[in-house]
Write a protein that binds this ligand. Sequence first.
Ligand code: BV8
Length: 239
Amino acid sequence: MNDIRNIVILTGAGISAESGLKTFRADDGLWEDHPVEEVATPAGFARDPDLVQRFYDERRAQVMAANPNAAHLALGRLDSEWRPERQRGNLLIVTQNIDDLHERGGARRVLHMHGEALSAWCTTCDARHPWRATLRNGPPCPDCGMASLRPDIVWFGEMPYQMERIYRALAEADLFVSIGTSGAVYPAAGFVQEAARAGARTLELNLEESLGSRFFDETRLGKASDLVPALVEELLAQA
Ligand code: BV8
């Protein structure tokens, strides 16, 4: 783990599992209650907006009731110490998660590629607003007043956010770490191959083998709350 400068970390639902937030593909997974095409697609939203708004109201409430766990806190510590002005390199945490537990764990350089539960997006004026209340029954957009607010979430078939910035960070990475993701969804599942193409070392921390394990130089199996603090110690111990 020597001469590492630029780090990109990809996180998935597994890093928030120990905070009590359901993952997607466990048997008690999120999609079990609602077929994914009903709630996480534009067509599903057009077909039954109130069902989708209820589903994301539920997720918003669960996020607000959850707390960061040791893995989020360890990445928060890494974010404050891994900086060029401290003779380290750059760090970017790209999360597929829509919770704010990375931020509440102290991380600042966080990119939510699939959007955020605590944000509302107006499809009339394109404004985005911090949002903790319900989105049901058409609350007016604070900017344009129209009843056209939807969850600020990237659904299947929609383009994830800030892809250019992500690919630039992957091209410059010396280390790519994937934490708590099944590698089931693209383009996130392809990031490990982008990083490897750029010559980065690739490391996977996950509870079990994932669909992408074969692409990683190393896979460490275990809980994020154990593996992530140990990795941060290892990184900060390097000269
Ligand atoms: C795109 C937000 C292109 C929603 C999510 C047909 C039609 C349309 C698209 C496609 C298609 N076929 C393929 C596609 C592409 C599609 C895709 O990949 N589909 C899959 C199903 C095949 N992708 C897209 O549509 C993406 N957009 O391609 O756009 C485009 C191009 C041009 C112009 C326009 C568009 C957008 C995908 C984003 C969907 N939104 N989330 C919400 O949250 O409600 S996806 C959602 O599932 C997550 O965000 C994440 O990305 C994904 C995977 O979930 P994970 O986070 O990995 O969670 P999972 O439960 O799967 O795994 C958890 C892991 O943690 C497990 O491995 C477990 O072992 C581990 N774990 C558990 N506990 C712990 C642990 N690890 C450590 N410690 C623990 N304690």
